[in-house]
Each structure stands twice: as structure tokens, then as C-alpha cells.
Design a protein around this ligand. Sequence first.
Ligand code: CMC
Length: 381
Amino acid sequence: MSKFKKGLEGIIALETEISYIDGEKGILEYRGHRIEKLAELSYEEVVHLLLYDKLPNTEELNEFFNKTKVIRELDVRTKEVIHYHNFNIEAMDALMTALAHISQGDPDLNVNTPEANIRKALRLIAKAPTIVAYYQRIHEGKEIVKPNELLPHCSNFLYMLRGEVPTKLESKILDLDFILSTEHELNASTFAVRVTASTLSDIHSAVISGIGTLKGVLHGGARLAVMNMLDEIGSPKKTEEYIMNMINTKQRIMGFGHRVYRVVDPRANIFRDLAKKIAEEKKDMKWYDMATKIEEVVTRELVEKQGKPIYMNVDFYSGVIYKYLEIPPKLATAIFALGRITGWLAHAMEQYSDNRLIRPRAKYIGEHHSQDKEISKLTKD
Ligand code: CMC
């Protein structure tokens, strides 16, 4: 049997054409395109790239937009499910529950062809933001705001969430958030998606596996933890003491560290610039100043003094940006899922296209009992 690596660290589990990471140089590409270039596009263009392996021309982009904008609304029964459950469950659980419900009404329910999976993928991408926005509105005791067909994907989500059309900068920031969050090779949730798809289970189930995995605090849940940490610190003046206390008591600083990157996560650099822009537009530097202070202390103490490669990751400044967008912290992980869903779908389809069941081995470290004796004793007793 091959050598055991806890957490599958560094193990190549499969081949992919969807994304490439160089963790030493801080390079991330989707389908061969650098993330810094993709950050100049719209989320819809990146979705097209991931699903169809092609950047769309104007005609293809319009066709894609026209197809998806009309399928954002939910059916009456799914809305009832959200109404019924929303006070007892968190946003990520609401998303899983509503998607499980939607899958049962999907016109391609039992069809697993590439064409059916693309149709299902578009429906999932279009409807998932509506679930999260309706969940939040109902949770706040407000009227739901129906999807607006005139708005692009991300602006429409903010519109449904807040009941007003967002500013240009806010829309651009959420677009970027979705672009930077949508794909990241074989992260834990994408691996879960591929394992589920490899059993030839349906694409909705694969996505639901991804949501359940993203929820954890070591993965997508770190964004919520970053927002909570900023709230708890409260002001730039208290930041140094707070972080030093965490470091001295050996606690993990959320939004820092990564299994693959040994330098700063390239997405985090883009997010840092964005956080500064929105802080300046809102004339409120508080969250940005706290974040730069946290980064300074962690770099000084953990990277420079202790020599550990614990740099900021994608979740750090995205948590800061959500503060400026006034996104309720409890929605942070669900919004990550809304961006990541496209990457999951691309991976599920890639898995189906050249499938082999994913089934690794475990090294048994328990005892080997002389079962015969024990069992015969039991039967005697
Ligand atoms: N703060 C303080 N110390 C840390 C941190 C951190 N955020 N991350 C790792 N370390 C230390 C850890 O204590 C250990 O030290 P030592 O060798 O002295 O025991 C060393 O670094 C290696 O840690 P590890 O747990 O073996 O590293 P890993 O590759 O298993 O963990 C990680 C990766 C992301 C789970 C971890 O860095 C972490 O817990 N970060 C905080 C949570 C977080 O921000 N998660 C989002 C990850 S990026 C988005 C995504 O892909 O979902």
C-alpha cells in the first residue's frame, strides 16, 4: 500500500482541466487563465468559461444571460419549504434543504447526460441566490423581493437581499467575490462533490455534499469566523492586543494559513485592494484598518519570528468586504457557496465525463483480536 499522509496532504487524487495552482509562486488559473485577468471580467463570463471551457463572445454572453435570468424564481412549494424551516435552521442548512427539495421537482431528475447536467447546472446557479435571499428576508420578517431580470447575477442577489439596487462599486465587488470564490482545484468541498459524482449519484446530491463540506470553520466557515473576530475586537486600537493574545494562547487566526499556498493567496491580494476601495467609498476605514493591523501582527509574529508560512487566505479580506456590504455574518458561508457552486458543477461534470469510482484505502491501526475465542465465549455465556 502507498505511504500514508494525514489529511491527504500533497496527494494527487485525480486529473483536471479546470484549475491550476502553484502554491510556491502564488499562481491560480481557471482553465489556463490567470485569476488577476479573470478579475476584470463579469461573473457570468467566468461561469461560461468554467462550464463550457470557453470565454463567451457578446452573443454567447447575451444568450447565457437571457437563459439564466428567467429561471431565478423558485416554485411555490420550495418557497413554502423556506418559510416553514427558516426560523429553526441556518442559511447553509436552508440552502441544502431547499436544493434537495428543488432536485425532486427538476424536469431532468433521473437523467444524467451531459446535456441534462448543463440544464441542471444553469438552474442551480440561477436559483441558489434566490433561496439565500428569500431565507434572509423571511428570517428578518420582511417581504421577499422577487428577482429582477434587468440586473446581472450578483447585483440581482444584493437587490433581492436588501430590497434596493446596489451601487456600481457594490455590484462589482460582489461580482469579484463570486469570481474569486468560484473555483479552487481539489479543496475539501470540491473533493466531496467529486466523490459523490463518482458514485454516479445525481448532480444535485453532489452539490449538496459540497455545501455540507464548505460549512466547516476550517473551510468556508472561516469567513464567518473572520467577521465575528472583527466584531469582537471592535476597534483598530484593540487589535494588536487581541491578536497577540490569540498567538500566545496558540489559537488559530481565522483567514490565515493554507494547505497549498506557501506565499500569500493571490485572491487575497485582490480582495485587499477591493476592501480599501470600498472603505474609501463608504468613508469608513475602521474594518480595513483593523484588517491591515491583524495582517501586520500575524506576519511579524508567525511568519517572521516563527518562520511559519501562515499568510492571509481568500477568507480574510472577503470577510472584511462583507462587513462593508453590510452582509449579515450568518450569511457569509452561504454566499461563499453561491460563488463556489459553479466550480462544483464544473468538477461534477468533469468527473462524469471520465468517471472511475473514488475509493481510497485506510491503514488499519486497531487491534486484531483472537475473535474465535471471544465469540465462542459469548455464545457459551
Ligand atoms: N493561525 C495560527 N496558526 C496556524 C494557522 C492559523 N490560521 N494555520 C496553521 N497554523 C499552524 C498550526 O498550528 C501548525 O503549527 P505547528 O506545526 O506548530 O503545530 C502549522 O501551522 C501547520 O498547521 P496544519 O493544521 O498542519 O496545516 P493544514 O495545512 O492542515 O491547515 C488550514 C490548513 C487552512 C486548515 C489552517 O491553516 C487553518 O486552520 N486556518 C484557519 C482557518 C481558515 O482560514 N480556513 C480557510 C482556508 S482557505 C479557504 C479554503 O480553502 O476553504
